[in-house]
Design a protein around this ligand. Structure first.
Ligand code: SF4
Ligand code: SF4
Length: 310
């Protein structure tokens, strides 16, 4: 629409008076003010724009805008009130619905719940599309961006490389590629409500043990890796290194090498796809160690060298 001058009148008390006298641009300003009050959503919110499109389509707003200057006073009042009724009805209809704007999908991927287990069983999710954040690792909250330390293990869908976009999020047009099968956390997400108002998830968090606990050989291997390469052990080894306990720093290098060569073994002997390792064993120790300000690099001799990160 063309640029309009900002309507300065007070609209809350009796917009009909202003509407009777005003041209279509006045009406448009009052309409926008009304939508701001009704929707109470951030002006940049994609959900807000989808809601506005939906309301304006249902209320045939374009026709009202086009006709406005030629309408007499009773017609203006009648059509305006009909528009308001439509807006309220549409708003109530979708208040608790996801409009698939994709905003939450761009902020991060979901953490998986036990209720999502069937998504592996029905082939919606695959091992290469999930990663594990182990206890003690740091991860960013998708809603607040705040970096938190995991108090328990969490499984998450991967994200598109270099972005926070969920792996299953596609753009142009924005959409979830598995919407009918989307994980529990995406279903629970009512973006127009605070976290206190959201319904509690009806199941606990999914863990590797829930998925692989029955596969004896694989679970033993995961458990052995966890025991030897836990973040607690890593922190203890780093403390020892900082205190220059030379003998104990061996534990740190043992950990890095065990993690590295176990991954190689899973690739070469078990022929697992590389993308599955972040799920089975969590992120490589050489990556995790960065959260402690260190970089671990494999030398051509096949041993790790540590250096401080810039
Ligand atoms: S739940 Fe997510 S995709 Fe759905 S409307 Fe809210 S922000 Fe958009
Ligand atoms: S699974 Fe679908 S709905 Fe959930 S964050 Fe990813 S793209 Fe969005």
């Amino acid at each position: 629409m063309t640029t309009i001058s900002k309507f300065k009148g007070k609209i809350r008390d009796n917009p009909l008076v202003a509407l009777e006298r005003g041209n279509r641009d006045v009406m448009l300003n009052i309409w926008r003010e009304y939508l701001n009050e009704l929707l109470e959503l951030n002006a940049k919110s994609g959900r807000r724009q989808l809601l506005i499109n939906r309301i304006e389509q249902a209320g045939d707003f374009d026709a009202l805008y086009r006709d406005w200057n030629d309408l007499d006073t009773p017609e203006r009042a009648e059509r305006w009130l009909a528009l308001i009724r439509t807006a309220k009805a549409q708003w109530q209809e979708v208040e608790d619905l996801c409009l698939r704007c994709g905003e939450c999908c761009e902020r991060g991927s979901p953490t998986l719940m036990i209720a999502d287990l069937h998504l592996f069983e029905n082939d919606t999710l695959h091992m290469t599309e999930v990663y594990t954040l182990r206890r003690g690792e740091k991860g960013a909250s998708p809603r607040t961006g705040e970096v938190v330390t995991m108090t328990e293990e969490r499984l998450k869908l991967k994200e598109h490389s270099g972005t926070k976009h969920c792996l299953y999020y596609a753009t142009d047009p924005n959409r979830c590629l598995i919407y009918d099968q989307r994980p529990e956390q995406c279903r629970q997400q009512l973006c127009n409500r605070s976290s206190d108002e959201r319904p509690p998830a009806d199941s606990g968090y999914l863990t590797r043990e829930v998925i692989f606990g029955q596969h004896e050989e694989l679970w033993e291997l995961i458990a052995a890796h966890e025991q030897r390469c836990s973040i607690d052990r890593l922190e203890a080894a780093l403390r020892d290194l900082a205190e220059d306990k030379a003998a104990d720093s061996k534990a740190l290098f043992d950990m890095l090498h065990f993690d590295h060569y176990l991954r190689q073994m899973l690739l070469q002997e078990w022929e697992l796809p590389p993308g599955a390792l972040d799920f089975l064993l969590g992120r490589p120790m050489s990556q995790v160690i960065r959260q402690f300000g260190l970089r671990a690099q494999m030398t051509p001799e096949g041993v790790f060298r540590l250096e401080n990160m810039p």
